[in-house]
Design a protein around this ligand. Structure first.
Ligand SMILES: O=P(O)(O)OC[C@H]1O[C@](O)(CO)[C@@H](O)[C@@H]1O
Length: 449
């Protein structure tokens, strides 16, 4: 198997193959609309042919900027929120050593990547500043709108710290801004300071931006091969183009099944992983589907669990709670490392029945046992199998989910490329903070308190 696969044999009898095939025309037409730009949100389809259209010059520009940061910095802070950081974090966590950041600087090949601007926690920022005080650090500041409050606050603090530590000139070498070509406060600031900048194309929304410099620069700084990542994505771009029939279009099949399950009362999709490295892939996936489909009072609620850890907390609910859920499991066929369970003479823990077995064999039996139990418990299961955890297959998975999300949103009948609902909290927060321009809203909200 040289590609990610999807196994749909365990739908708990809730959706049949015939019912899936009956939707093939609708799904194909939704897929075509993504390529032709004939439906709502057509201004945001730049991601559709992005993997196959990144040029050698663009790769080089990103790789050179990554080398500058890698040369000057032991720590690089990625400042951004939502789509402006989750894709990078998903890939970096999936493809780097989980404990590398704990190694002393001299032993590490890659800078430590930290994340800021994804919360407004004073403790988090204060502790990060304390840590960075004695580190050679740099900043990648990412905001498509260039006006998002969370990253703006974090960047102001970190920029101050860096300038105090190394001076304005050296700071300019260590700060990269990724934002709109012309609009927003970050564009103005970056141009006036003379930072190296990358552009987020107008026609690519934040949650679809991981294969633009938004994701690719931090990923390259972390020492990951961005060309292989993009090659993987381009393979699925090709495998889902307009010439591919529904039977072979895996994202279209996945999109149909999740919509059919939704129509039958399965309102919550739980993305399951069996490797902690995939935790942030699920966070990225949650934003992708949540912001794309949760509108017009509709949409599957995207949730995620890390197994087997969460089998010991959420496992009970999944097995026997309200039957409104289905699971999509990401299964990694072959881990990158090999660890055997050792023999123990006295066997006080009773584990000798596992001696000589790979830890992954135990993990796989937990996975299989859980799948069978959950399907028996009425939880439909979609299985996505990845041959191994590497750049190519993570690239494939990214495009698989992006394509599936676009098709799925159209099948549901929403515009998958806007997010009007996220403005509500921002307006209230600005009104409460008495931001200039919000005077009326301030009066109105304060009268409700
Ligand atoms: O890149 P920006 O403009 O700072 O936005 C960050 C995130 O905030 C949102 O706009 C929601 O508020 C997301 O869609 C986006 O990924």
């Amino acid at each position: 198997m040289d590609s990610i696969q999807i196994n749909i044999k365990n739908l708990a009898g809730i959706v049949s193959e015939e019912e899936i095939l009956r939707k093939s025309e609708l799904a194909t037409s939704a897929n075509n609309a993504l390529h032709d730009g004939t439906r709502e949100g057509s201004d945001f389809l730049g991601w559709v042919d992005l993997p196959s259209s990144i040029t050698e010059e663009e790769f080089r520009d990103i790789e050179e900027a990554a080398t500058v940061l890698r040369t000057h910095c032991d720590v690089v802070v990625v400042v951004g929120i939502g789509g402006s950081y989750l894709g990078a974090r998903a890939v970096i966590d999936a493809l780097t050593n989980s404990f590398d950041w704990l190694q002393p600087e001299k032993k590490r090949k890659n800078p430590v990547i930290l994340y800021a601007g994804n919360n407004i926690s004073e403790d988090y920022l204060s502790e990060m500043i304390d840590y960075l005080e004695n580190k050679e650090f740099g900043i990648i500041n990412i905001s498509k709108s260039g006006t998002t409050t969370e990253p703006a606050i974090a960047f102001r603090l970190l920029k101050n710290l860096l300038e105090k530590k190394v001076g304005n000139e050296e700071s300019k070498k260590r700060i990269v801004a990724i934002t709109d070509a012309t609009k927003g406060a970050l564009r103005t600031l970056a141009d006036s300071e003379g930072y190296k900048t990358f552009i987020i194309p107008d026609n690519i929304g934040g949650r679809y931006s991981v294969l633009t410099p938004v994701g690719l620069l931090p990923i390259a700084v972390a020492g990951i091969n961005i060309r292989k990542l993009v090659t993987g994505a381009a393979e699925i771009e090709k495998a889902t183009d307009k010439t591919v029939s529904f039977d072979y279009n895996l994202p279209a099949i996945y999109a149909v099944i999740r919509n059919e399950l939704y129509r039958r009362g399965k309102k919550i999709e739980i993305l399951v992983n069996y490797h902690p490295k995939l935790h942030f892939l699920a966070e990225w996936w949650k934003q992708l589907f949540g912001e794309s489909e949760g509108k017009d009072q509709m949409g599957i609620f995207p949730a995620a669990v890390d197994f087997t850890a969460d089998l010991h907390s959420m496992g009970q609910w999944i097995q026997e709670g309200e039957r409104t859920i289905f699971e999509t499991v990401i299964s990694i066929k072959e881990p990158n490392k090999k660890v055997l369970v050792p023999h123990d003479e006295v066997n006080l823990d009773g584990l000798n029945y596992l001696k000589g077995k790979r830890v992954d064999e135990v993990n796989k039996m937990a996975e299989l046992g859980t799948r069978l139990a959950h399907v028996d418990g009425g939880v439909p299961n979609i299985l996505i199998e990845i041959p191994e955890l590497n750049e190519k297959y993570i690239g494939q998975l990214i495009y698989f989910f992006e394509k599936a999300c676009g098709i799925s949103g159209y099948l549901l009948g929403v515009n998958p490329f806007n997010q009007p609902g996220v403005e509500a909290y921002k307006s209230n927060m600005f009104a409460l903070l008495e931001k200039p321009g919000y005077e009326e809203a301030t009066k109105s909200i304060k009268s409700k308190l």
